[in-house]
Design a binder for this molecule. Structure first.
Ligand code: DGL
Length: 268
């Protein structure tokens, strides 16, 4: 089916997921929505994040004709996934970034003690804990809110002394000692995955929502008969507010200038 796939996040983090999806599904057209006007989601209430997520999803489905929507944000997935899945059940598949990671951890017998770094809202939601413990009751779970990472990454601080110091400071926290796996529970953190891996010297397995989510999406599109037969249009990048940080990161991911369109869906 030659319709686009919608993807959204509060800002640049979801580009990591979009990039992985383009790798796994090169024939699909993506419409990316970065809700930069409301960034960060991680400090907001569940009700507000759900309200933003619903508005964006409605727009992607009704105005842009998307055949599937990927919530490329852990905070929005924890606040709104079940609600949106039920709202669009039988109409359009909605994909969260949390459930595919849970599945991957449940299937991996080598993991007994898993850490989670995420925004304050994702940690406070308890969604990872609840889903992990329901599927793998013996697992030990160590959550840590790392709220400074999103503004740091949005401001373009990665692979430098500042990101190094902040990442080390967070990961040295007692709560994360003795873990054998770590979930990067925010799509922004994937941009500093290499620095996190270096901290652990490759000794802790890292889970993020790039390939795991892209492969899950592929399976769902195959099952529902929704794969595109051929690519017709270029990807679109819509932002609720233009930010230089977004433009810079998009350039970094795609290796060339990306056309960004400002789209204020709240005041139209
Ligand atoms: N990238 C988002 C996530 O995965 C959150 C960033 C934010 O706080 O806005 O949780």
């Amino acid at each position: 089916m030659n319709a686009p796939i919608g993807i959204f996040d509060s800002g640049i983090g979801g580009l990591t997921v979009a990039n992985a999806i383009s790798g796994v599904l090169p024939r699909e057209q993506l419409i990316y929505f970065g809700d930069t006007a409301h960034l960060p989601y991680g400090d907001k209430s569940k009700e507000l994040v759900r309200h933003y997520s619903e508005k964006i999803t409605d727009y992607l489905i009704h105005d842009k004709g998307c055949k599937a929507v990927v919530i490329a944000c852990n905070t929005a997935s924890s606040a709104a996934y079940e609600f949106l899945r039920d709202k669009y059940r039988g109409v359009v598949p909605i994909i969260s970034v949390i459930d595919p990671i849970i599945e991957a951890i449940v299937e991996d017998d080598t993991i007994h003690h898993v850490g989670l770094i995420a925004t304050k809202a994702t940690i406070a939601s308890g969604v990872y804990q609840e889903k992990l413990q329901r599927r793998k009751p013996d697992i030990r779970y160590a959550p840590l809110a790392t709220p400074l990472l999103v503004p740091m990454i949005e401001e373009g601080f990665h692979n430098n002394n500042i990101s190094h110091a902040l990442i080390h400071n967070y990961l040295q926290n007692e709560a994360l000692s003795h873990i054998d796996a770590l979930i990067l529970g925010c799509t922004h953190y994937i941009i500093v995955r290499k620095e996190i891996d270096e901290f652990y010297g490759g000794q802790v397995k890292l889970f993020d929502s790039t390939h795991i989510v892209a492969n899950k999406l592929k399976k769902i599109l195959e099952k529902e008969g929704l794969l595109s037969e051929g690519r017709l249009k270029n990807d679109e990048f819509l932002l609720s507010d233009y930010t230089e940080a977004f433009a810079k990161t998009a350039r970094m991911f795609y290796g060339h200038e990306i056309k960004l369109v400002r789209k204020d869906i709240w005041n139209e």
